[in-house]
Write a protein that binds this ligand. Structure first.
Ligand SMILES: *Cc1c(COP(=O)(O)O)cnc(C)c1O
Length: 450
């Protein structure tokens, strides 16, 4: 019976689904891994195979799967109502969750605008910054443009792609996009200006300031992934960079939009990445970890000053004309609220510190391996860049699919991971245990040792 069921599921998986970010031509020839259950930091497929969830189900999971308090939050809310609209109407979990988000957010972010994924959270941030300057008392209608970074990833909708800087993902859509100013991203392993940290004294930021100085009259906002450019391959900003960006945004009257979609909710070792540099953005986008990896929810937080730019009499039409059908979904907000509560109840951030240390120690042991070019870690996020030659930093050609080969091999050892090109990402849930960290690293050691 189950044999039959599984065979059907496998053939239907290859027949009916068009997978995201996946070349389907090869994919449909492979036996699909079909997940049926989760348990803590493990995923279990229809054949009963257990895998460590090494990328926290695409960077979303926080406290593990089947976390009792989160399961319960969804079940309790289901007994009340699954969905009602937030367009002019409120609901209990949306209110509570917004209050809790403001409480934990960097100072000054006082208003919560919901949506349901990271890309829309960023779109909303863009439209807010732009519209503010169209109509607010302190606004300037010439400020219509954005500064973003090379290697940036802010999602897959057209506005977010316009700010993206990963050619592989974004170049094809170029004719559809609006222009933005792209600054070099700080990337110390392959420094775009050939310097090295800390002797460079963050020289790469001069270019950002030049952009601002010559275009501040037309730029409304700068968009940045604080501390870590995730999708680019876990590229790390050197210490002090984010703070300087904040100072420059203030100096040139440019809103700072922090895209904390990937780094928020503990991934860097603090609740939000901005906290590491004591930075408060004007707008912050949240998604991925916001529901602990349970349900699609996102939030864009804004300052009171920005919010005020949208106030006026009805007929002035200063309304923020944006909203999605499932915005503020009660089930998602209920689980987000429980997710935030767990951080406090279980001292999650505190308990994470020892795990991060252990992770650092284990990652260090990779550095002598012949094809490990760079190991980049921030908190519980790590990227291991594989290169043909360590001295020349020569990259593997795409044809070799080195990243893909590694992750297919990892599965055989009970580890699910996903590469970003030639960079192998490790980003387990915060709930990962010391033993599981050891096991993840052992498996990696085996794979790269080959
Ligand atoms: C994943 C991600 C997004 C997009 O989020 P989706 O929920 O996939 O739309 C945006 N910004 C960053 C930094 C991300 O990592």
């Amino acid at each position: 019976m189950t044999d039959n069921r599984n065979k059907n599921l496998e053939s239907q998986a290859n027949q009916y689904i068009w997978y995201p970010f996946t070349q389907m031509q090869d994919h449909v020839k492979e036996k699909p891994v079909i997940i049926e259950k989760g348990e803590g930091c493990f995923l279990i497929d229809i054949d009963g195979n257990r895998y460590i969830d090494g990328v926290s189900s695409l960077w979303t999971n926080v406290h593990g799967h089947r976390k009792e308090k989160l399961d319960l939050a969804v079940k309790k809310q289901l007994d009340l109502i699954a969905h009602s609209t937030l367009l002019g109407l409120s609901n209990v979990p949306a209110v509570r969750c917004a209050q809790k988000l403001v409480k934990i957010a960097p100072e000054g972010l006082t208003r919560v605008f919901y949506s349901d994924n990271g890309s829309t959270a960023v779109e909303i941030a863009l439209k807010m910054a732009f519209q503010y300057h169209r109509q607010a008392a302190g606004g300037d209608t010439n400020k219509t443009r954005f500064i973003s970074f090379k290697n940036a990833y802010h999602g897959d909708t057209i506005g977010s792609v316009s700010l993206g800087g990963i050619d592989l993902f974004h170049e094809k859509y170029h004719p559809l996009l609006f222009d933005s100013f792209k600054a070099d991203s700080p990337h110390c392993y392959r420094c775009p200006i050939g310097e090295s940290f800390p002797e460079c004294d963050l020289k790469c930021i001069d270019q950002v300031e030049e952009l601002m100085a010559s275009h501040d009259h037309e730029v409304c906002a700068l968009v940045i992934e604080p501390l870590v450019q995730g999708a680019a391959g876990i590229l790390l900003q050197p210490q002090g960079y984010l703070k300087r960006i904040r100072e420059l945004c203030t100096k040139y009257n440019i809103f700072m939009i922090a895209d904390e979609v990937a780094v928020g909710f503990g991934k860097t070792g603090k609740m939000f990445a901005c906290e590491h540099e004591d930075v408060a953005p004007d707008i912050m986008a949240l998604a991925k970890g916001i529901t602990g990896g349970y349900l699609p929810l996102a939030a864009t937080l804004a300052t009171e000053a920005i919010f005020h730019g949208f106030l006026g009499a009805h007929e002035e039409f200063k309304t923020f004309f944006h909203g999605h059908t499932y915005t503020g979904n009660p089930l998602a907000c209920a689980v987000a609220e429980a997710n935030i509560d767990i951080f406090k109840e279980e001292n999650v951030i505190e308990n994470l510190q020892g795990k991060i240390k252990r992770f650092t120690e284990k990652l260090k042991t990779f550095s002598d391996l012949p094809h490990v070019g760079d190991i980049r870690q921030r908190g519980i996020m790590a990227g291991i860049e594989l290169v043909v030659c360590k001295d020349s930093k020569k990259e593997y050609p795409a044809k070799e699919r080195i990243g893909h080969r590694v992750i297919v091999e990892a599965r055989k050892h009970g580890l699910i991971i996903r590469p970003l090109g030639n960079v192998i990402v490790i980003m387990p849930p915060l709930a990962i245990s010391m033993e599981e960290i050891d096991r993840i690293c052992e498996i990696h050691m085996m794979l790269y040792g080959k």
